[in-house]
Write a protein that binds this ligand. Structure first.
Ligand code: 3PG
Length: 209
């Protein structure tokens, strides 16, 4: 599987922070039930690596990746835990080399045309536009499509049910990322039906766009 296939496997890439290991598997099931099977577990919590391992084992229909990878050490730890793809808010030469060596689908974060070109030169033509809304959003993606139509993006940062459809309609957007499918409050209260409904609603946006 390559990075493009990862993005094409789901209209939305939920950006997930797991604080409580006990909810990890149920949360993954709730998203999968709603049609969202590609999951980005961010390395922003103590529980993240264990959650990746657990969900990979217990929810085989999910495609589990690791997010917020800021260095090679984190990428390696995530792969050892069972992550099948990686996402970063940016890109460093060290991280680029580690992702190439690991030969795993990897989305570097970019925010400008130059960063996108540097990432493409490093071998990554599927990229995360981050933080999407703050750096220009839909207008920036439309502008980038002119000179670099071959780059595919997963915009993330400030995307929600209201604006996701506008992003999904763009030819250079394969998937949108965001944390809106897993509100902290709903996760803490184990409102799995609410999360399944949010996932379904997000999938319907792609069909509509
Ligand atoms: C990320 O790491 O991709 C962002 O924090 C997600 O941004 P959001 O919370 O605005 O969706």
């Amino acid at each position: 599987m390559n990075a493009l296939q990862v993005l094409e496997s789901s209209p939305v890439l939920p950006v997930i922070v797991i604080h409580d290991m006990d909810v990890a598997v149920e949360l993954a099931h709730a998203l999968v039930r709603g049609g969202v099977s590609c999951l980005e577990i961010t390395l922003r919590s103590e529980a993240a690596l264990e959650a990746i391992a657990h969900i990979s084992r217990e929810v085989p229909e999910a495609l589990v990746g690791a997010g917020t990878l800021r260095n090679a050490r984190q990428l390696e730890a995530a792969l050892r835990a069972g992550a099948r793809f990686g996402v970063s808010p940016g890109l460093t030469p060290e991280l680029a080399a580690a992702a190439r060596n690991a030969d795993v689908p990897f989305l570097p974060g970019v925010a400008t045309a130059s960063e996108s070109m540097i990432a493409a030169d490093a071998g990554f033509t599927v990229q995360k536009l981050f933080p999407a809304q703050a750096v220009g959003g839909v207008a920036l993606l439309k502008a980038l499509y002119g000179p670099m139509p071959d780059i595919a993006f997963c915009p993330t940062g400030g995307i929600n049910a209201t604006n996701a459809g506008q992003y999904m309609a763009l030819p250079n957007v394969k998937c949108v990322g965001g944390s809106w499918l897993t509100p902290d409050d709903a996760v803490a209260r184990r409102q799995w039906d609410e999360i399944t409904a949010l996932a379904r609603q997000a999938c319907a946006l792609r069909t509509a766009s």
